[in-house]
Write a protein of this length. Structure first.
Length: 276
């Protein structure tokens, strides 16, 4: 009987110790250090994180990179605690997501800008657009001012004076001589398919989808957003983790000269690092 009781006690102790192991600094591979689970778009975000991975490992921070092909699930996963941070979105997009879905996120730091581009297999310039041409864009409201800004810069439309570019809406179009039509109910992940299928006349596509397909926005877009865009791609975390030292260190490494130089060399201007 004593042996049975001793066995039960030993088993219970093992289970308790195992349960307490969730707060261990050891990751699954047995390496010492903290493990950060980061959600990211395939390219360029995950590529940049992979470059930063060995630098962070030397600092005792192991990166577990989870890749996403859409703009919805990375924030859902962050909100539910499945991620420690994510790296894929712009400040206006995050602010819109928080407003509409009640997320409590913080901007931990800006890393790079991906200029929005307009693509077409039918036309080589926005000047060539015919009357009633259709512009396809994503259903993300934060993208709409970017597309309208490109069209305004190209002289295709005119926008109301005095309105900040990131606040522009379709109601701010004051002149539209070609009667351009806007289709804005398309999921961002479908935009490359729309382009390849020659849907609409032109398609506005976020650069991460373009570079993921081996294209170069600077060469392949018929019009591209200016590099002084306010749409900086950031590392986002839950509000409660705003002082997390490991996430802050991740941002410092991503903003380092080594990583910024890598971004410039790798994408040759299609992805522009933020200067700090």
């Amino acid at each position: 009987m004593k042996k049975v009781l001793l066995g039960l006690f030993t088993l219970t102790l093992v289970l308790v110790l195992a349960a307490c192991g969730g707060g261990s600094k050891d990751d699954a591979s047995g390496d010492k250090g903290t493990t950060l689970v980061i959600g990211a778009s395939n390219s360029p975000h995950a590529v940049i994180l992979e470059k930063a991975k060995p630098i962070l490992a030397k600092k005792g921070i192991n990166l577990d990179i989870k890749k996403y092909t859409d703009y919805v699930m990375p924030n859902v996963a962050l909100d539910e605690g499945d991620l420690d941070a994510n790296y894929f979105q712009t400040i206006p997009y995050m602010e819109l997501e928080m407003k509409e879905k009640g997320y409590k996120f913080v901007n931990m730091g800006g890393i790079h800008i991906e200029p929005m581009g307009i693509y077409s297999k039918k036309y080589k310039s926005l000047d060539d657009l015919p009357k009633n041409a259709e512009v396809i864009m994503s259903n993300s409201k934060s993208d709409w001012p970017r597309v309208l800004g490109i069209l305004a810069d190209a002289g295709v439309i005119k926008l109301k004076d005095g309105v900040k570019r990131q606040d522009v809406t379709f109601d701010d179009i004051t002149e539209n001589p070609k009667n351009i039509k806007f289709k804005y109910d398309v999921d961002a992940g479908y935009l490359m398919t729309a382009y390849n299928n020659e849907e609409g006349d032109v398609v506005a596509i976020n650069s991460n989808f373009v570079v993921d397909q081996g294209m170069n926005p600077k060469k392949d877009a018929i019009a591209i957003e200016k590099t002084d865009s306010p749409y900086v791609n950031i590392v986002a975390a839950q509000e409660k983790n705003k002082d997390n030292k490991d996430i802050k260190e991740l941002v410092r490494v991503l903003q380092s000269k080594e990583i910024q130089d890598f971004i410039t060399k790798e994408w040759k201007g299609a992805v522009v690092p933020v200067s700090n």
